[in-house]
Structures are given as C-alpha cells and as structure tokens.
Design a protein around this ligand. Structure first.
Ligand SMILES: *Cc1c(COP(=O)(O)O)cnc(C)c1O
Length: 398
C-alpha cells in the first residue's frame, strides 16, 4: 500500500549521491541517527570511534573539521567545543582532579585566568601563575601535585614568547601535562604538539573561521591515551558542535593560508614602521628583532599572524581612547582574526600576579584584516597624528 501524503511529508526519499563530489562536505544535521534493525540499534555502542550513533557524538561535517585539525596539529585526535574558551575550560577540567595543582602562564587569555581562579579553585584544584619568560620561575613553582601546565605563546595582548620545548621538558620531568592555547599562531604557524606539548587548543572563532561570524574551539591531543578521557567527558557534559557552524569554519579554513600570509606580512611592515614613532612606547610583535623572545619565534614559528600591540609613554597614554575616535577604517572591536581590521584598547594590569606590568596600562591591540594596505596605514597615521596633538595639548595644559 502506498503511503498517504501525510506520511510522505515525513518520509524523506533518498536520491542517489554517487557521482556527486563537491569540494566541501555538506552540512549534515542530526540528533537521531537511524539503524537498519533493532539488532543494529542494540549494538550501537559497539560502533567504535568512527561509527555514528547520535548527533551529539559527531556528524560527517563535524568529523571532517576534526580530521582536518588532527592532520594540521599532528595530533592523535581533535574535539570541537562551542567556543575557544569552552575548549580551554574543558581541556583543563578533563585532566584535573580534586587536590591537583595547575600552573598557568601569567599572560594567558584573561577568561582562562578567571576560570582557574573561580571554577577550578571551587573544585578543590590549587593553582599558581608563573612568568612565561622565566622558566626558572616555572621550575620553582612545580610541585608533586602539579598535573597541568597551561600556557599561551605569544601571551594574550602583551605577546611574551615562551620556550615550549624547554617548558615541555620541565613539565614532563614532573609527570605533568603541557597545554598550549595556540590561537595567535594557528596550526599553520606553530605546531605545539610537535614541540613537546600534550594538548593544544585553538579559538577557531579567530583566524581559522576568519569572518567574525561564528564561535568555535578545538582541543587536540598528542597521545591517543589522552583522547579517550576527553571523548567520554564531552559525552557526559553533552558538549557538541553545530554542523552549520562547523561548515562555516571549514569554508573559512580553505583560505586560512592566504589570509594569514597576507595579514602577517602587513603586520610585519606596520610593526617595523611604527617602531620608534614618537607617540608610541613599544611595538609588541614577535616578528620584530627587538622583541624579547624573537629568537624563540624564529626557531619555532613558521610565520606570524596579523595581531600586534602598542604601548604608550606616560604622557601619551591618557589620550589613547580619544585618539581612537579618529580611526575610520579600523573598527573598534574584540574578536580578532577576521577580514576587518580592528583596534581595541586593552587594560591588563589586573590580570597579572606573577609578573608586574611596568608601562601605562592602556595597550592598543591591532588586528590587521584584508583591506587595502595603504588605506589602513593612512588611517593609523591619522590616529597617531591626533594622538600627538592631544598629548601636546595635554602637556601644555599642565
Ligand atoms: C579569543 C581567544 C579565545 C577564546 O575564543 P572564543 O571562541 O571567543 O571563546 C581563547 N584564547 C585566545 C588566545 C583568544 O584570543
């Protein structure tokens, strides 16, 4: 008996997909996955890592993105989280138990610092911060309970470089794990797992997706033994990534190499031209030979991205916020790594405890986008001219 129209509305006919080979993977949405028969359903738990049993545990779209990241990170496996910060938090929680100790670089992404101070502390995990530019400080703070060392190189906003291979050696000597938030460099410009780290996280929200319209994060691990606990914990927490979002990230991924190369080259030229400018204190960019840690950058990194920061002399700093009103092409905004160039005045003094920030606490973080380089430079120059004028007027008024 043929089904009625009401039933036909519900049953989706299957058309042939043979011979249909698009470049990208489609968006495969699912909570429910169907089984041929009751026996197959009963045995769904035995389908293994590559099998499909429920949408939360992976779809062809999310698995394709995970596989791409696993290859680029030289990892044993990758897990997608709903944001970069979710990836950071979950990566830490997965490997820490009550009574364990975590060490965090003083320069980590501020929400990670907050997460450790509030949530990890609440769970009975003790923590300390260390100076990422002084591995003697790291070594001195490692304890027998230290289970995880968390770092970022270069550090958020202030761009301090850390010697990852040396930190990995110290960490492993203490039988702890080293995790690196690799968002600035992306898996194209730094391979933390190949340098000895055990865990790498990425805010795919930034360069990898590249268009400022999606949030996603990833955790990749070097050792298959670390993948199992993560996979199980993700299931218990009910964490998954949307296939629509994964598809956007996959699309952005295709142009990542070209975008990064361009943004890195423009940032290098701008950082060089801005060095020594009278309205500016220091230019914080790993690609500058004057930058502390430049040797580490040259040794470990395959290139740079387009994010750098500016500090200001005492007499200039109070005028930075007003000078930003003179920018017209650079937009004011937080989440960098997209097509649009951004400027964001940052204050970091309150997020340092193992080190002390010695300069005025207004740091201008710049993210180079894909606009015309000459027009971007002219925009920056207009802002700096206004900054000098405001500072001179400020001096005169005193
Ligand atoms: C932006 C950022 C994150 C968080 O990414 P979201 O997807 O916005 O949560 C994590 N780490 C670093 C270094 C970042 O810059």
């Amino acid at each position: 008996m043929a089904p009625t129209d009401l039933t036909r509305c519900v049953l989706t006919p299957r058309v042939a997909t043979e011979g249909f080979e698009p470049i990208g993977i489609g968006v495969h949405r699912a909570s429910t996955i169907l089984f041929e028969d009751a026996a197959a359903y009963a045995e769904r738990g035995e389908r293994g890592e590559k099998g499909y049993s429920y949408g939360l545990y992976g779809t062809p779209t999310t698995r394709t993105l995970e596989e791409k990241l696993t290859q680029l990170e030289q990892a044993a496996g990758t897990f997608l989280a709903p944001s970069g910060q979710a990836a950071n938090a979950l990566a830490a929680v997965a490997f820490l138990n009550k009574g364990d100790h975590i060490l965090l670089a003083d320069t980590v992404y501020p929400p990670m610092r907050d997460f450790a101070l509030s949530d990890l502390a609440r769970m009975g995990i003790t923590l300390d911060f260390f100076d990422p530019t002084d591995l003697g400080d790291l070594e001195a703070r490692i304890r027998s309970e230290t289970r995880l060392v968390w770092c970022e190189s270069p550090g958020s906003t202030t761009m301090e470089l850390m010697d990852i291979p040396a930190a990995a050696a110290l960490t492993h000597e203490a039988r702890a794990l080293l995790a690196v938030d690799n968002t600035w460099a992306t898996p194209l410009n730094l391979k933390p797992l190949a340098l000895g780290a055990d865990i790498v996280t990425e805010a795919l929200t930034k360069y990898v997706s590249g268009h400022s319209d999606v949030l996603m994060g990833s955790i990749s691990v070097r050792d298959p033994d670390l993948a199992q606990p993560l996979k199980k914990m993700f299931g218990r927490f009910g964490i998954g990534a949307s296939p629509d979002d994964a598809s956007l990230v996959l699309r952005g991924f295709e142009t990542l190499g070209m975008r990064l190369r361009h943004c890195g080259a423009v940032a290098q030229r701008f950082a060089e031209r801005l060095s020594g400018h009278r309205a500016i204190g220091r230019v914080l960019f790993p690609g500058l030979p004057t930058m502390a840690g430049h040797e580490i950058f040259k040794r470990d990194f395959l290139g740079s991205s387009g994010v750098f920061s500016l500090t200001f002399p005492e007499c200039v700093a109070p005028h930075v916020w007003r000078a930003l009103d003179h920018l017209s092409l650079f937009a004011i905004g937080a989440s960098w790594g997209g097509t649009r160039s951004l400027a964001a005045p940052m204050s970091i003094g309150a997020s340092r405890s193992a080190t002390r920030w010695q300069e005025p606490d207004v740091i201008l973080r710049i993210s180079i986008g894909l606009e015309d380089e000459g027009e971007l430079w002219a925009d920056l120059e207009r802002m700096l001219t206004a900054l000098r004028r405001l500072s001179a007027a400020g001096d005169a008024a005193e």
